[in-house]
Design a protein around this ligand. Structure first.
Ligand code: NAD
Ligand code: ZN
Ligand code: ZN
Length: 389
């Protein structure tokens, strides 16, 4: 079968590899019909998450048709059209029972490396050996462990193009606003106008936000504004000299700043364009820069949520502002998809949520390697791709 494989730092390739088989009694073999590339795949492409091995199959957002299954899969049948969650949950441990499935205690055997965090996440598809080394779904077939738990049936009125994104982006952006806490009337600032930031902005309005301001530096700001004219934007590369994202946000929001800030970028982008204090202190290579920008931008007692991926440790963190001004800093975690996906599916059916607002490209799996490089460079007006398989 064809599969998109990681072949070393900054190199991915579509290769022919063996088709997966049922290994455990609760496995499902899914014939993939649609998949996509996520901002998280870029961290793998760049080698920022180091536990990759040559030949690993990537992909954690995919949907398809049940092709084969072990004897313990009871709530699915061959031919069912389903979407997979990006995390692999057992459905029965301490966290799974609370629908905090992204922290399943059973599916990620990697305890040693994760020890530095004081705990570990669930196993994840196509997301390195840090999260269990499971083969991903950017392929013609994929093995889905705990098939009863990690696949959601798609009704006839939800085509693959809409259902696919429940896997990750729709559930993640929803988690970002719910977990950070967006309430009626809040002014919300979102860092990053990629698919995650775009949907977080949409969902902030759904949760009753009065204003949503998105910060980025490219064509995506125009793209998301076209899809939702209520969104306000800041292009941090076009700010006049002496104006920072923080000062601009204060100016735009009552000289106090927004109630809520949500990070949908990642700690991978180390360069400071706007934070003049940090620049003056020579801290421009610090990955906590956007987090500091959020902390200084929100009003006193404001809430900041981190959904973009950060790895390891950071220095130069503005703990003084956090304490003195009572800022709530929340790690949103890997989003627990199972907690939300049934409700979100209903919102897609009712039209409250339209995943197609993100979709800009349809490609074949044969071209998936090229998609990675375009998506990475934010080229060709590429916001979110549907990969036909
Ligand atoms: P993306 O790469 O398409 O978008 C990131 C955007 O951030 C880009 O448009 C980029 O121009 C912008 N950006 C770069 N530097 C910036 C800065 N200093 N200020 C404001 N914007 C800046 O990625 P995506 O698919 O939208 O994903 C966003 C993040 O969410 C990624 O880190 C991804 O790994 C993460 N993610 C987390 C989860 C989770 O469960 N927590 C799930 C999926 C994705
Ligand atoms: Zn993802
Ligand atoms: Zn579990």
């Amino acid at each position: 079968m064809k599969a998109l494989c990681w072949m070393g730092k900054n190199t991915v390739q579509v290769l022919t590899v063996p088709k997966p088989k049922v290994v455990e009694d609760n496995d499902v073999i899914l014939k993939v019909t649609g998949s996509t590339v996520c901002g998280s795949d870029l961290h793998l492409l760049h080698g920022s998450i180091v536990e990759m091995q040559k030949g690993d199959i990537l992909g954690h957002e995919f949907c398809g048709i049940v092709d084969d299954m072990g004897p313990k899969v009871t709530n699915l049948q061959k031919g069912d059209r389903v979407v997979a969650s990006f995390q692999i949950a057992c459905g029965d441990c301490y966290y799974c029972k609370q629908k905090l499935s992204s922290m399943c205690e059973r599916t990620n055997a990697n305890t040693i490396e994760n020890g530095m965090y004081g705990g570990r996440t669930a196993g994840m598809f196509g997301y390195s050996h840090f999260t269990g080394g499971f083969a991903g779904g950017q392929a013609e077939y994929v093995r889905v462990p705990f098939g009863n738990v990690n696949l959601l049936k798609l009704p006839d009125d939800v085509p693959d193009e809409k259902g696919l994104y429940l896997s990750d982006v729709i559930s993640t952006s929803w988690n970002a606003v719910v977990d950070t806490g967006v309430f009626e009337g809040d002014v919300v600032a979102v860092w990053g106008a990629g698919p995650i930031g775009q949907m977080a902005a949409e969902f902030a309005f759904l949760r009753g936000a009065s204003r949503v301001i998105v910060i980025d530096c490219n064509w995506r700001l125009d793209f998301i504004k076209e899809k939702n004219p209520k969104i306000e934007t800041i292009n941090f590369k076009e700010l006049p000299s002496g104006t920072t994202v923080t000062s601009k946000l204060k100016e735009m929001v009552n000289n106090r700043g927004p109630d809520v800030a949500i990070e949908c970028v990642a700690g991978e982008y180390p360069k400071s364009w706007t934070h003049t204090i940090e620049l003056a202190m020579g801290l421009e290579n610090d990955t906590s820069e956007i987090v500091n920008e959020m902390i200084t931008s929100v009003r006193n007692f404001g809430r900041c949520g981190i959904t973009g991926v950060y790895a390891g440790f950071t220095n130069h963190f503005n703990i003084g502002a956090l304490m003195e001004r009572g800022i709530r800093l929340i790690g949103n975690g890997q989003a627990p998809v199972h907690r939300y996906w049934e409700d979100l599916l209903k919102k897609i059916q009712s039209g409250e949520i339209d995943p197609l607002k993100m979709l800009t490209h349809r490609v074949s799996i044969d071209d998936m390697d090229k998609v990675y490089y375009k998506f990475e460079k934010k080229e060709d007006g590429m916001q979110k791709v549907f990969v036909e398989t």
